[in-house]
Design a protein around this ligand. Structure first.
Ligand code: M6R
Length: 621
Protein backbone atom coordinates (compact mmCIF):
# COMPACT_ATOMS: atom_id res chain seq x y z
CA UNK A 1 0.00 0.00 0.00
CA UNK A 2 1.93 2.95 -1.41
CA UNK A 3 5.42 2.29 -2.69
CA UNK A 4 8.73 3.99 -2.01
CA UNK A 5 12.04 3.89 -3.83
CA UNK A 6 15.15 5.95 -3.24
CA UNK A 7 18.48 5.96 -5.08
CA UNK A 8 21.86 7.49 -4.36
CA UNK A 9 24.92 6.69 -6.48
CA UNK A 10 26.63 7.79 -9.65
CA UNK A 11 23.94 6.99 -12.20
CA UNK A 12 21.09 9.18 -13.28
CA UNK A 13 18.39 8.69 -10.61
CA UNK A 14 15.32 9.42 -12.72
CA UNK A 15 15.18 6.22 -14.88
CA UNK A 16 15.96 4.06 -11.83
CA UNK A 17 13.18 5.70 -9.87
CA UNK A 18 10.70 5.45 -12.72
CA UNK A 19 11.41 1.77 -13.31
CA UNK A 20 11.17 1.20 -9.55
CA UNK A 21 7.79 2.92 -9.50
CA UNK A 22 6.56 0.62 -12.25
CA UNK A 23 7.61 -2.37 -10.13
CA UNK A 24 5.81 -0.88 -7.14
CA UNK A 25 2.66 0.21 -8.90
CA UNK A 26 0.71 -2.77 -7.55
CA UNK A 27 1.03 -1.13 -4.13
CA UNK A 28 -1.04 1.88 -5.16
CA UNK A 29 -1.78 3.77 -8.34
CA UNK A 30 -3.76 6.88 -7.40
CA UNK A 31 -0.78 9.11 -8.22
CA UNK A 32 3.01 9.10 -8.26
CA UNK A 33 5.91 11.50 -7.91
CA UNK A 34 9.68 11.90 -7.75
CA UNK A 35 12.10 14.34 -6.11
CA UNK A 36 15.59 14.51 -7.59
CA UNK A 37 18.56 16.41 -6.25
CA UNK A 38 21.29 17.59 -8.65
CA UNK A 39 23.62 20.61 -8.47
CA UNK A 40 22.12 21.50 -5.09
CA UNK A 41 18.73 21.93 -6.75
CA UNK A 42 15.77 19.90 -5.57
CA UNK A 43 13.16 19.28 -8.25
CA UNK A 44 9.82 17.63 -7.57
CA UNK A 45 7.50 16.23 -10.25
CA UNK A 46 4.21 14.58 -9.35
CA UNK A 47 1.09 13.59 -11.17
CA UNK A 48 -2.33 12.11 -10.60
CA UNK A 49 -3.06 8.76 -12.28
CA UNK A 50 -1.24 5.55 -13.11
CA UNK A 51 2.51 5.64 -13.70
CA UNK A 52 2.58 5.41 -17.49
CA UNK A 53 -0.20 7.92 -18.07
CA UNK A 54 0.93 10.27 -15.28
CA UNK A 55 4.44 10.66 -13.92
CA UNK A 56 6.18 8.87 -16.82
CA UNK A 57 4.70 11.32 -19.35
CA UNK A 58 5.51 14.27 -17.14
CA UNK A 59 9.14 13.20 -16.73
CA UNK A 60 9.44 12.76 -20.48
CA UNK A 61 8.15 16.28 -21.06
CA UNK A 62 10.03 17.82 -18.13
CA UNK A 63 13.07 15.64 -17.31
CA UNK A 64 14.89 15.87 -13.99
CA UNK A 65 18.64 15.48 -13.54
CA UNK A 66 20.69 14.28 -10.60
CA UNK A 67 22.06 11.12 -9.08
CA UNK A 68 20.04 11.17 -5.87
CA UNK A 69 16.29 10.91 -5.64
CA UNK A 70 13.23 9.52 -3.94
CA UNK A 71 9.91 8.45 -5.46
CA UNK A 72 6.47 7.32 -4.38
CA UNK A 73 3.37 5.69 -5.80
CA UNK A 74 0.28 6.47 -3.75
CA UNK A 75 -2.81 4.72 -2.46
CA UNK A 76 -4.74 7.56 -0.89
CA UNK A 77 -5.51 7.59 2.84
CA UNK A 78 -5.52 11.25 3.95
CA UNK A 79 -6.56 13.56 1.13
CA UNK A 80 -8.24 12.57 -2.13
CA UNK A 81 -6.19 11.39 -5.11
CA UNK A 82 -4.98 14.70 -6.62
CA UNK A 83 -1.74 16.25 -7.87
CA UNK A 84 -1.44 18.38 -4.74
CA UNK A 85 -1.80 15.35 -2.42
CA UNK A 86 0.77 13.27 -4.30
CA UNK A 87 4.19 12.70 -2.75
CA UNK A 88 6.94 13.92 -2.42
CA UNK A 89 5.96 16.74 -0.05
CA UNK A 90 8.17 19.68 0.88
CA UNK A 91 8.80 21.21 4.27
CA UNK A 92 8.13 24.92 4.76
CA UNK A 93 11.57 25.95 3.44
CA UNK A 94 11.27 23.64 0.40
CA UNK A 95 14.78 22.38 1.15
CA UNK A 96 13.52 19.03 2.41
CA UNK A 97 11.36 16.52 0.49
CA UNK A 98 9.61 13.52 2.01
CA UNK A 99 7.84 10.41 0.72
CA UNK A 100 5.87 8.38 3.22
CA UNK A 101 3.85 5.17 3.53
CA UNK A 102 1.59 4.71 6.53
CA UNK A 103 -0.62 6.98 8.60
CA UNK A 104 0.40 9.75 11.02
CA UNK A 105 -2.45 9.43 13.48
CA UNK A 106 -1.77 12.64 15.41
CA UNK A 107 -1.21 14.70 12.27
CA UNK A 108 -4.04 17.08 13.08
CA UNK A 109 -2.67 18.18 16.45
CA UNK A 110 0.85 18.47 14.96
CA UNK A 111 -0.57 20.53 12.11
CA UNK A 112 -2.35 22.91 14.50
CA UNK A 113 0.93 23.51 16.35
CA UNK A 114 2.79 24.14 13.11
CA UNK A 115 0.04 26.44 11.79
CA UNK A 116 0.31 28.46 14.99
CA UNK A 117 4.00 29.07 14.26
CA UNK A 118 3.34 30.27 10.72
CA UNK A 119 3.59 27.09 8.63
CA UNK A 120 1.49 27.00 5.47
CA UNK A 121 0.28 23.76 3.90
CA UNK A 122 -0.49 23.01 0.30
CA UNK A 123 -2.08 19.56 0.60
CA UNK A 124 -4.56 17.69 2.76
CA UNK A 125 -2.08 14.97 3.68
CA UNK A 126 -0.57 13.77 6.93
CA UNK A 127 2.74 13.40 5.07
CA UNK A 128 3.09 17.11 4.42
CA UNK A 129 2.67 17.70 8.16
CA UNK A 130 5.50 15.24 8.79
CA UNK A 131 7.70 17.01 6.21
CA UNK A 132 7.10 20.35 7.95
CA UNK A 133 7.80 18.81 11.33
CA UNK A 134 11.11 17.42 10.09
CA UNK A 135 11.92 20.84 8.59
CA UNK A 136 11.07 22.55 11.87
CA UNK A 137 13.47 20.30 13.80
CA UNK A 138 16.15 20.58 11.15
CA UNK A 139 16.15 24.36 11.21
CA UNK A 140 16.14 24.44 15.02
CA UNK A 141 19.21 22.21 15.02
CA UNK A 142 20.92 24.32 12.38
CA UNK A 143 20.34 27.50 14.30
CA UNK A 144 22.06 25.90 17.25
CA UNK A 145 19.10 25.31 19.54
CA UNK A 146 20.08 21.67 19.90
CA UNK A 147 23.24 19.65 19.46
CA UNK A 148 23.39 17.11 16.63
CA UNK A 149 23.22 13.56 18.03
CA UNK A 150 24.50 11.55 15.14
CA UNK A 151 26.79 13.89 13.31
CA UNK A 152 24.17 14.03 10.62
CA UNK A 153 21.73 16.84 11.30
CA UNK A 154 19.19 15.55 8.83
CA UNK A 155 19.01 12.09 10.42
CA UNK A 156 18.87 13.75 13.83
CA UNK A 157 16.03 16.04 12.74
CA UNK A 158 14.10 13.08 11.31
CA UNK A 159 14.58 11.27 14.63
CA UNK A 160 13.41 14.33 16.60
CA UNK A 161 10.29 14.56 14.46
CA UNK A 162 9.52 10.85 14.69
CA UNK A 163 9.65 11.01 18.48
CA UNK A 164 6.61 13.32 18.27
CA UNK A 165 4.71 11.14 15.86
CA UNK A 166 2.00 8.62 16.68
CA UNK A 167 1.27 6.25 13.82
CA UNK A 168 3.02 4.23 11.18
CA UNK A 169 5.62 5.17 8.66
CA UNK A 170 8.06 3.96 6.08
CA UNK A 171 9.70 7.09 4.77
CA UNK A 172 12.53 8.60 2.77
CA UNK A 173 13.81 12.13 3.26
CA UNK A 174 16.25 14.27 1.29
CA UNK A 175 17.56 17.78 1.80
CA UNK A 176 19.44 20.21 -0.44
CA UNK A 177 22.14 20.61 2.25
CA UNK A 178 23.04 16.88 1.92
CA UNK A 179 23.44 16.21 -1.80
CA UNK A 180 24.62 12.62 -1.28
CA UNK A 181 22.39 11.46 1.57
CA UNK A 182 18.96 9.87 1.92
CA UNK A 183 17.42 9.23 5.32
CA UNK A 184 14.98 6.35 5.69
CA UNK A 185 12.93 5.31 8.71
CA UNK A 186 10.31 2.73 9.48
CA UNK A 187 7.65 1.91 11.98
CA UNK A 188 4.90 -0.44 10.86
CA UNK A 189 5.53 0.06 7.12
CA UNK A 190 8.25 -1.99 5.46
CA UNK A 191 11.50 -0.42 4.26
CA UNK A 192 14.69 -2.06 3.05
CA UNK A 193 18.15 -0.87 2.11
CA UNK A 194 19.59 -2.23 -1.14
CA UNK A 195 23.36 -2.46 -1.14
CA UNK A 196 25.13 -1.84 -4.44
CA UNK A 197 28.65 -0.97 -5.54
CA UNK A 198 29.07 2.77 -5.12
CA UNK A 199 25.31 3.08 -4.80
CA UNK A 200 22.54 2.38 -2.29
CA UNK A 201 18.78 2.09 -2.52
CA UNK A 202 15.81 2.40 -0.22
CA UNK A 203 12.60 0.62 -1.09
CA UNK A 204 9.33 -0.38 0.46
CA UNK A 205 9.66 -3.74 -1.23
CA UNK A 206 12.40 -5.69 -2.86
CA UNK A 207 10.67 -5.92 -6.26
CA UNK A 208 11.63 -2.31 -6.89
CA UNK A 209 15.37 -2.89 -6.62
CA UNK A 210 16.01 -6.56 -7.41
CA UNK A 211 17.17 -5.60 -10.91
CA UNK A 212 20.05 -3.66 -9.29
CA UNK A 213 21.05 -5.68 -6.26
CA UNK A 214 20.19 -8.82 -4.32
CA UNK A 215 21.91 -7.71 -1.13
CA UNK A 216 19.44 -6.09 1.25
CA UNK A 217 18.95 -5.06 4.86
CA UNK A 218 15.40 -5.31 6.21
CA UNK A 219 14.91 -2.39 8.57
CA UNK A 220 13.18 -2.97 11.90
CA UNK A 221 10.65 -0.76 13.59
CA UNK A 222 12.13 2.51 14.86
CA UNK A 223 15.25 2.13 12.69
CA UNK A 224 16.58 5.29 11.10
CA UNK A 225 18.91 4.67 8.15
CA UNK A 226 21.36 6.95 6.41
CA UNK A 227 22.48 5.97 2.92
CA UNK A 228 25.12 7.62 0.73
CA UNK A 229 26.81 6.19 -2.41
CA UNK A 230 29.57 4.61 -0.33
CA UNK A 231 27.98 3.61 2.97
CA UNK A 232 24.87 2.93 4.97
CA UNK A 233 24.30 3.36 8.69
CA UNK A 234 21.36 2.37 10.85
CA UNK A 235 20.43 3.64 14.31
CA UNK A 236 17.34 2.87 16.33
CA UNK A 237 15.06 5.31 18.12
CA UNK A 238 14.29 2.84 20.89
CA UNK A 239 17.56 1.00 21.52
CA UNK A 240 21.25 1.88 21.61
CA UNK A 241 22.17 -0.31 18.68
CA UNK A 242 20.25 -1.37 15.62
CA UNK A 243 20.12 -5.02 14.62
CA UNK A 244 21.51 -4.98 11.08
CA UNK A 245 21.65 -8.17 9.03
CA UNK A 246 22.45 -8.43 5.35
CA UNK A 247 20.18 -10.88 3.46
CA UNK A 248 20.14 -12.18 -0.09
CA UNK A 249 17.01 -11.90 -2.22
CA UNK A 250 15.88 -15.29 -3.48
CA UNK A 251 14.23 -14.09 -6.68
CA UNK A 252 15.36 -12.25 -9.76
CA UNK A 253 13.97 -9.35 -11.75
CA UNK A 254 12.56 -11.82 -14.35
CA UNK A 255 10.26 -13.12 -11.60
CA UNK A 256 8.71 -9.71 -11.22
CA UNK A 257 7.95 -9.28 -14.94
CA UNK A 258 4.81 -10.32 -16.84
CA UNK A 259 6.70 -12.54 -19.28
CA UNK A 260 4.53 -13.61 -22.22
CA UNK A 261 1.29 -12.96 -20.34
CA UNK A 262 -1.06 -10.02 -20.85
CA UNK A 263 -1.50 -9.53 -17.11
CA UNK A 264 0.28 -10.46 -13.90
CA UNK A 265 -2.91 -12.10 -12.69
CA UNK A 266 -2.99 -14.46 -15.68
CA UNK A 267 0.72 -15.21 -15.31
CA UNK A 268 0.25 -16.03 -11.65
CA UNK A 269 -2.78 -18.24 -12.33
CA UNK A 270 -0.72 -20.18 -14.87
CA UNK A 271 2.22 -20.51 -12.48
CA UNK A 272 0.17 -22.59 -10.06
CA UNK A 273 1.31 -26.08 -11.09
CA UNK A 274 4.82 -24.85 -10.33
CA UNK A 275 4.01 -22.90 -7.18
CA UNK A 276 2.10 -25.84 -5.70
CA UNK A 277 5.09 -28.06 -6.50
CA UNK A 278 7.30 -25.46 -4.76
CA UNK A 279 5.10 -25.50 -1.66
CA UNK A 280 5.38 -29.31 -1.54
CA UNK A 281 9.06 -29.60 -2.36
CA UNK A 282 11.04 -31.39 0.36
CA UNK A 283 8.00 -31.55 2.63
CA UNK A 284 6.37 -34.86 1.60
CA UNK A 285 7.76 -37.56 3.87
CA UNK A 286 6.38 -40.86 2.55
CA UNK A 287 8.59 -42.90 4.80
CA UNK A 288 7.24 -41.34 7.95
CA UNK A 289 3.79 -40.87 6.38
CA UNK A 290 3.88 -37.22 7.35
CA UNK A 291 4.82 -33.76 6.20
CA UNK A 292 7.99 -32.11 7.42
CA UNK A 293 8.94 -28.48 7.91
CA UNK A 294 12.13 -26.69 8.78
CA UNK A 295 10.99 -23.58 10.58
CA UNK A 296 8.05 -24.31 12.87
CA UNK A 297 10.37 -23.98 15.87
CA UNK A 298 8.15 -26.21 18.00
CA UNK A 299 9.04 -29.71 19.15
CA UNK A 300 6.73 -32.66 18.55
CA UNK A 301 5.92 -32.65 22.27
CA UNK A 302 5.00 -28.97 22.19
CA UNK A 303 2.82 -29.47 19.13
CA UNK A 304 1.04 -32.39 20.82
CA UNK A 305 0.13 -30.08 23.69
CA UNK A 306 -1.58 -27.52 21.46
CA UNK A 307 -5.25 -27.77 22.34
CA UNK A 308 -6.62 -24.94 20.21
CA UNK A 309 -5.49 -23.01 17.16
CA UNK A 310 -6.76 -19.55 16.26
CA UNK A 311 -6.11 -18.63 12.65
CA UNK A 312 -6.11 -14.90 11.95
CA UNK A 313 -5.91 -13.39 8.48
CA UNK A 314 -7.50 -10.86 6.13
CA UNK A 315 -9.24 -10.96 2.76
CA UNK A 316 -8.31 -13.89 0.58
CA UNK A 317 -5.99 -15.21 3.28
CA UNK A 318 -9.00 -15.30 5.61
CA UNK A 319 -10.74 -17.57 3.12
CA UNK A 320 -7.66 -19.79 3.15
CA UNK A 321 -7.94 -19.81 6.96
CA UNK A 322 -11.45 -21.26 6.68
CA UNK A 323 -10.09 -24.09 4.53
CA UNK A 324 -7.39 -24.52 7.19
CA UNK A 325 -10.04 -24.85 9.88
CA UNK A 326 -11.73 -27.71 8.01
CA UNK A 327 -8.40 -29.43 7.29
CA UNK A 328 -6.91 -29.22 10.78
CA UNK A 329 -10.13 -30.13 12.55
CA UNK A 330 -10.70 -33.14 10.29
CA UNK A 331 -7.17 -34.48 10.10
CA UNK A 332 -5.68 -33.44 13.44
CA UNK A 333 -8.85 -33.11 15.54
CA UNK A 334 -7.58 -29.85 17.08
CA UNK A 335 -10.31 -27.23 17.57
CA UNK A 336 -9.70 -24.28 15.25
CA UNK A 337 -11.23 -20.84 15.26
CA UNK A 338 -10.89 -18.46 12.35
CA UNK A 339 -10.75 -14.74 13.08
CA UNK A 340 -10.59 -11.68 10.92
CA UNK A 341 -7.21 -10.34 12.03
CA UNK A 342 -8.65 -6.91 12.87
CA UNK A 343 -11.39 -8.40 15.06
CA UNK A 344 -8.98 -10.66 16.92
CA UNK A 345 -6.86 -7.68 17.95
CA UNK A 346 -9.53 -5.65 19.66
CA UNK A 347 -12.14 -7.96 21.11
CA UNK A 348 -10.11 -9.51 23.92
CA UNK A 349 -11.24 -13.08 23.27
CA UNK A 350 -10.20 -15.70 25.82
CA UNK A 351 -7.07 -17.63 24.86
CA UNK A 352 -6.34 -20.78 26.85
CA UNK A 353 -2.78 -21.58 27.90
CA UNK A 354 -2.04 -24.00 25.06
CA UNK A 355 -3.64 -21.96 22.30
CA UNK A 356 -1.43 -21.15 19.34
CA UNK A 357 -2.11 -18.31 16.93
CA UNK A 358 -1.47 -19.00 13.27
CA UNK A 359 -1.48 -16.04 10.89
CA UNK A 360 -1.69 -16.31 7.12
CA UNK A 361 -0.40 -13.60 4.81
CA UNK A 362 0.90 -13.46 1.28
CA UNK A 363 2.71 -10.16 1.75
CA UNK A 364 3.68 -10.63 5.37
CA UNK A 365 3.00 -6.90 5.77
CA UNK A 366 -0.79 -6.64 6.20
CA UNK A 367 -1.20 -4.26 9.14
CA UNK A 368 -4.28 -5.98 10.60
CA UNK A 369 -2.61 -9.39 10.47
CA UNK A 370 0.64 -8.09 11.90
CA UNK A 371 -1.30 -6.48 14.75
CA UNK A 372 -3.00 -9.85 15.48
CA UNK A 373 0.38 -11.56 15.62
CA UNK A 374 1.73 -8.93 18.00
CA UNK A 375 -1.38 -9.11 20.18
CA UNK A 376 -1.05 -12.90 20.58
CA UNK A 377 2.62 -12.55 21.46
CA UNK A 378 1.85 -9.74 23.90
CA UNK A 379 -0.55 -12.12 25.63
CA UNK A 380 2.17 -14.73 25.90
CA UNK A 381 1.05 -17.08 23.13
CA UNK A 382 3.11 -18.74 20.49
CA UNK A 383 2.46 -17.13 17.09
CA UNK A 384 3.19 -19.06 13.89
CA UNK A 385 2.86 -17.77 10.34
CA UNK A 386 2.38 -19.02 6.80
CA UNK A 387 3.84 -16.29 4.61
CA UNK A 388 4.95 -15.84 1.02
CA UNK A 389 7.30 -12.86 1.10
CA UNK A 390 10.63 -13.91 2.56
CA UNK A 391 11.99 -11.46 5.12
CA UNK A 392 8.65 -9.67 5.52
CA UNK A 393 7.71 -8.26 8.91
CA UNK A 394 5.31 -11.08 9.79
CA UNK A 395 7.90 -13.67 8.75
CA UNK A 396 10.48 -12.01 10.97
CA UNK A 397 8.26 -11.40 13.98
CA UNK A 398 6.57 -14.81 14.13
CA UNK A 399 7.90 -17.47 16.48
CA UNK A 400 8.08 -19.95 13.65
CA UNK A 401 6.45 -20.62 10.34
CA UNK A 402 6.28 -21.98 6.85
CA UNK A 403 7.10 -20.17 3.65
CA UNK A 404 4.88 -20.73 0.61
CA UNK A 405 7.70 -20.29 -1.91
CA UNK A 406 5.20 -19.00 -4.50
CA UNK A 407 7.52 -16.23 -5.74
CA UNK A 408 6.49 -12.58 -6.07
CA UNK A 409 2.74 -12.08 -6.44
CA UNK A 410 2.15 -8.78 -8.21
CA UNK A 411 -1.49 -9.08 -9.34
CA UNK A 412 -3.59 -7.19 -6.80
CA UNK A 413 -6.08 -10.06 -6.82
CA UNK A 414 -4.36 -12.85 -4.95
CA UNK A 415 -4.39 -16.17 -6.83
CA UNK A 416 -1.30 -18.35 -6.56
CA UNK A 417 -0.67 -17.33 -2.95
CA UNK A 418 -4.18 -18.45 -1.97
CA UNK A 419 -3.64 -21.86 -3.51
CA UNK A 420 -0.17 -22.13 -1.98
CA UNK A 421 -1.54 -21.21 1.44
CA UNK A 422 -4.10 -24.01 1.36
CA UNK A 423 -1.48 -26.41 0.03
CA UNK A 424 0.74 -25.60 3.02
CA UNK A 425 -2.25 -25.84 5.37
CA UNK A 426 -2.95 -29.35 4.02
CA UNK A 427 0.64 -30.31 4.84
CA UNK A 428 0.38 -28.76 8.27
CA UNK A 429 -2.86 -30.62 8.98
CA UNK A 430 -1.17 -33.91 8.06
CA UNK A 431 1.83 -33.05 10.24
CA UNK A 432 -0.34 -32.19 13.26
CA UNK A 433 -2.60 -35.17 12.60
CA UNK A 434 0.30 -37.61 12.60
CA UNK A 435 1.37 -36.32 16.02
CA UNK A 436 -2.09 -37.36 17.22
CA UNK A 437 -4.50 -39.89 15.80
CA UNK A 438 -4.18 -39.66 12.00
CA UNK A 439 -3.42 -43.09 10.56
CA UNK A 440 -0.36 -43.62 8.37
CA UNK A 441 -2.64 -44.91 5.60
CA UNK A 442 -4.85 -41.85 5.51
CA UNK A 443 -1.83 -39.55 5.73
CA UNK A 444 -0.13 -41.34 2.85
CA UNK A 445 -3.30 -41.10 0.79
CA UNK A 446 -3.31 -37.32 1.31
CA UNK A 447 0.40 -37.00 0.53
CA UNK A 448 -0.22 -38.91 -2.73
CA UNK A 449 -3.16 -36.63 -3.48
CA UNK A 450 -0.98 -33.58 -2.91
CA UNK A 451 1.77 -34.98 -5.10
CA UNK A 452 -0.71 -35.40 -7.97
CA UNK A 453 -1.94 -31.81 -7.81
CA UNK A 454 0.54 -30.06 -10.17
CA UNK A 455 -0.46 -32.33 -13.08
CA UNK A 456 -4.15 -31.97 -12.29
CA UNK A 457 -3.76 -28.20 -12.22
CA UNK A 458 -2.24 -28.35 -15.73
CA UNK A 459 -5.40 -30.11 -16.90
CA UNK A 460 -7.57 -27.37 -15.43
CA UNK A 461 -5.48 -24.64 -17.02
CA UNK A 462 -5.96 -26.36 -20.37
CA UNK A 463 -9.62 -25.36 -20.10
CA UNK A 464 -8.72 -21.67 -20.25
CA UNK A 465 -10.39 -21.13 -23.65
CA UNK A 466 -13.59 -22.81 -22.52
CA UNK A 467 -13.61 -20.65 -19.40
CA UNK A 468 -13.08 -17.56 -21.53
CA UNK A 469 -16.14 -18.51 -23.62
CA UNK A 470 -18.19 -19.14 -20.53
CA UNK A 471 -17.13 -15.81 -19.04
CA UNK A 472 -18.27 -13.99 -22.18
CA UNK A 473 -21.68 -15.66 -21.92
CA UNK A 474 -22.19 -14.37 -18.37
CA UNK A 475 -20.22 -11.11 -18.49
CA UNK A 476 -23.31 -8.89 -18.55
CA UNK A 477 -24.81 -10.26 -15.34
CA UNK A 478 -24.96 -7.69 -12.56
CA UNK A 479 -25.28 -10.11 -9.64
CA UNK A 480 -23.79 -13.52 -8.98
CA UNK A 481 -23.98 -16.16 -6.28
CA UNK A 482 -21.20 -18.62 -5.51
CA UNK A 483 -22.40 -21.58 -3.47
CA UNK A 484 -20.77 -24.61 -1.91
CA UNK A 485 -20.87 -26.78 1.20
CA UNK A 486 -18.16 -28.27 3.39
CA UNK A 487 -14.71 -27.70 1.92
CA UNK A 488 -16.32 -25.93 -1.02
CA UNK A 489 -17.90 -23.22 1.14
CA UNK A 490 -14.70 -21.14 1.63
CA UNK A 491 -13.97 -21.53 -2.09
CA UNK A 492 -17.41 -20.12 -2.87
CA UNK A 493 -16.48 -17.08 -0.75
CA UNK A 494 -13.15 -16.73 -2.52
CA UNK A 495 -14.73 -17.16 -5.99
CA UNK A 496 -17.14 -14.33 -5.22
CA UNK A 497 -14.37 -12.08 -3.87
CA UNK A 498 -12.22 -12.64 -6.98
CA UNK A 499 -15.12 -11.71 -9.24
CA UNK A 500 -16.14 -8.58 -7.35
CA UNK A 501 -12.67 -7.16 -6.82
CA UNK A 502 -11.65 -7.22 -10.46
CA UNK A 503 -14.93 -7.02 -12.42
CA UNK A 504 -16.96 -4.86 -9.96
CA UNK A 505 -19.90 -7.24 -10.35
CA UNK A 506 -21.84 -7.71 -7.14
CA UNK A 507 -21.14 -11.30 -6.10
CA UNK A 508 -22.03 -13.14 -2.91
CA UNK A 509 -20.39 -16.27 -1.66
CA UNK A 510 -22.64 -18.35 0.53
CA UNK A 511 -23.08 -21.76 1.99
CA UNK A 512 -25.26 -23.68 -0.45
CA UNK A 513 -27.25 -24.94 2.53
CA UNK A 514 -27.70 -21.54 4.16
CA UNK A 515 -29.18 -20.03 0.98
CA UNK A 516 -32.65 -21.31 1.71
CA UNK A 517 -32.72 -19.34 4.98
CA UNK A 518 -33.00 -16.00 3.24
CA UNK A 519 -30.72 -15.11 0.33
CA UNK A 520 -32.67 -17.38 -2.05
CA UNK A 521 -35.12 -14.48 -2.25
CA UNK A 522 -32.61 -12.78 -4.57
CA UNK A 523 -32.55 -15.58 -7.14
CA UNK A 524 -34.15 -14.89 -10.52
CA UNK A 525 -33.44 -15.62 -14.19
CA UNK A 526 -30.88 -12.79 -14.34
CA UNK A 527 -28.82 -13.96 -11.36
CA UNK A 528 -26.41 -16.79 -12.20
CA UNK A 529 -25.10 -19.10 -9.51
CA UNK A 530 -21.73 -20.78 -9.64
CA UNK A 531 -22.30 -24.06 -7.81
CA UNK A 532 -19.37 -26.05 -6.41
CA UNK A 533 -20.57 -29.66 -6.53
CA UNK A 534 -17.59 -32.02 -6.30
CA UNK A 535 -18.45 -35.69 -5.78
CA UNK A 536 -17.75 -35.62 -2.07
CA UNK A 537 -19.67 -36.49 1.09
CA UNK A 538 -21.92 -33.47 0.55
CA UNK A 539 -22.77 -34.27 -3.09
CA UNK A 540 -26.42 -35.34 -2.65
CA UNK A 541 -27.20 -32.52 -0.29
CA UNK A 542 -25.56 -29.94 -2.56
CA UNK A 543 -27.52 -31.30 -5.52
CA UNK A 544 -30.71 -30.81 -3.52
CA UNK A 545 -29.69 -27.19 -2.86
CA UNK A 546 -28.97 -26.76 -6.54
CA UNK A 547 -32.48 -27.99 -7.39
CA UNK A 548 -33.91 -25.18 -5.24
CA UNK A 549 -32.09 -22.57 -7.33
CA UNK A 550 -33.09 -24.29 -10.55
CA UNK A 551 -36.75 -24.30 -9.47
CA UNK A 552 -36.51 -20.50 -9.22
CA UNK A 553 -35.10 -20.22 -12.75
CA UNK A 554 -31.62 -19.21 -11.62
CA UNK A 555 -28.98 -19.99 -14.30
CA UNK A 556 -26.43 -22.51 -12.98
CA UNK A 557 -22.74 -22.92 -13.75
CA UNK A 558 -21.48 -26.05 -12.01
CA UNK A 559 -17.96 -27.02 -11.01
CA UNK A 560 -18.18 -30.79 -10.91
CA UNK A 561 -15.99 -33.88 -10.81
CA UNK A 562 -14.94 -35.53 -14.07
CA UNK A 563 -17.35 -38.31 -14.97
CA UNK A 564 -20.37 -36.78 -13.21
CA UNK A 565 -23.18 -37.20 -15.77
CA UNK A 566 -25.98 -36.26 -13.42
CA UNK A 567 -24.84 -32.66 -13.19
CA UNK A 568 -25.23 -32.09 -16.92
CA UNK A 569 -28.95 -32.61 -16.62
CA UNK A 570 -29.45 -29.85 -14.09
CA UNK A 571 -26.80 -27.22 -14.82
CA UNK A 572 -26.69 -24.77 -17.73
CA UNK A 573 -22.93 -25.07 -17.97
CA UNK A 574 -20.44 -27.45 -16.39
CA UNK A 575 -16.72 -27.13 -15.74
CA UNK A 576 -15.15 -30.47 -14.92
CA UNK A 577 -12.35 -30.90 -12.41
CA UNK A 578 -10.07 -33.93 -12.00
CA UNK A 579 -10.96 -36.26 -9.14
CA UNK A 580 -9.04 -35.73 -5.94
CA UNK A 581 -9.56 -36.33 -2.23
CA UNK A 582 -12.25 -34.26 -0.58
CA UNK A 583 -9.85 -32.14 1.56
CA UNK A 584 -7.84 -31.26 -1.57
CA UNK A 585 -10.81 -30.18 -3.70
CA UNK A 586 -10.37 -26.51 -2.68
CA UNK A 587 -6.98 -26.41 -4.38
CA UNK A 588 -8.35 -27.57 -7.72
CA UNK A 589 -11.65 -25.69 -7.56
CA UNK A 590 -9.96 -22.32 -6.94
CA UNK A 591 -8.26 -22.19 -10.32
CA UNK A 592 -11.26 -22.19 -12.72
CA UNK A 593 -12.90 -19.55 -10.53
CA UNK A 594 -9.82 -17.36 -10.87
CA UNK A 595 -9.87 -17.75 -14.65
CA UNK A 596 -13.62 -17.15 -14.79
CA UNK A 597 -13.24 -13.87 -12.84
CA UNK A 598 -10.25 -12.86 -14.97
CA UNK A 599 -12.08 -13.33 -18.28
CA UNK A 600 -15.28 -11.66 -17.09
CA UNK A 601 -13.27 -8.66 -15.92
CA UNK A 602 -11.52 -8.45 -19.30
CA UNK A 603 -14.82 -8.78 -21.16
CA UNK A 604 -16.10 -5.81 -19.13
CA UNK A 605 -13.02 -3.75 -19.97
CA UNK A 606 -11.61 -3.70 -16.42
CA UNK A 607 -7.94 -3.31 -15.55
CA UNK A 608 -7.44 -6.67 -13.82
CA UNK A 609 -4.00 -5.91 -12.42
CA UNK A 610 -5.02 -2.52 -11.06
CA UNK A 611 -8.60 -2.80 -9.87
CA UNK A 612 -10.15 0.45 -8.71
CA UNK A 613 -9.80 1.49 -5.06
CA UNK A 614 -7.49 -1.43 -4.23
CA UNK A 615 -3.80 -1.93 -3.67
CA UNK A 616 -1.72 -4.96 -2.91
CA UNK A 617 -0.70 -5.32 0.71
CA UNK A 618 -2.80 -3.18 3.02
CA UNK A 619 -0.35 -1.69 5.50
CA UNK A 620 -2.82 0.53 7.33
CA UNK A 621 -5.32 -0.66 9.95
O1 M6R B 1 -0.92 -10.14 1.99
P1 M6R B 1 -2.09 -10.70 2.70
O2 M6R B 1 -2.37 -12.12 2.36
O3 M6R B 1 -2.03 -10.51 4.19
O4 M6R B 1 -3.32 -9.84 2.19
C1 M6R B 1 -4.60 -9.96 2.72
C2 M6R B 1 -5.63 -9.26 1.86
O5 M6R B 1 -5.42 -7.88 1.86
C3 M6R B 1 -5.62 -9.77 0.42
O6 M6R B 1 -5.79 -11.15 0.39
C4 M6R B 1 -6.74 -9.10 -0.40
O7 M6R B 1 -7.99 -9.51 0.07
C5 M6R B 1 -6.57 -9.40 -1.89
N1 M6R B 1 -6.96 -8.24 -2.66
C6 M6R B 1 -7.41 -10.51 -2.36
O8 M6R B 1 -7.34 -10.76 -3.71
Amino acid sequence: MCGIIGYVGKKSASPILLEGLRRLEYRGYDSAGVAVLGNATLVVRKKLGKIDEGIARLLKAEPVHGSLGIAHTRWATHGAPADKNSHPHFDQSEKIAVVHNGVIENYDSLKQKLLATGHKFKSDTDTEVLAHLIGEHYHKRKTGNRKPETGNELAAAVSDALREVIGTYGLAVICTDFPDTIIGARRGSPLIIGIGKGEHFLASDANAIVAHTKKVVYLNDYDVATITPERFEVSNLGTDTANVQISNLEFSHEDVGRGKFAHFMLKEIFEQPQTVANALRGRLDFEGATAKFGGLNMTAAELRHVDRIVIAASGTSWHAALVGEYLIEELAQIPVEVEFAHEFCYRNCPLEKNTVLLVLSQSGETADTLAALREAKRRGHRALAIVNVVGSTIARESDGGIYMHAGPEIGVASTKAFVSTITVLSLLAVHLGRLRQLSANRATEILRGLEALPKQLEKILAQNDALNKLAKKYAKAEDFFFLGRGYSFPIALEGALKLKEISYIHAEGYSAAEMKHGPIALIDAKTPTVFLVPQDAMYDKTMANLAMIRARKGPIIALATEGDKQIKKVADDVIYLPKTLEPLNPILASVPLQLFAYHIALARGCDVDKPRNLAKSVTVQ
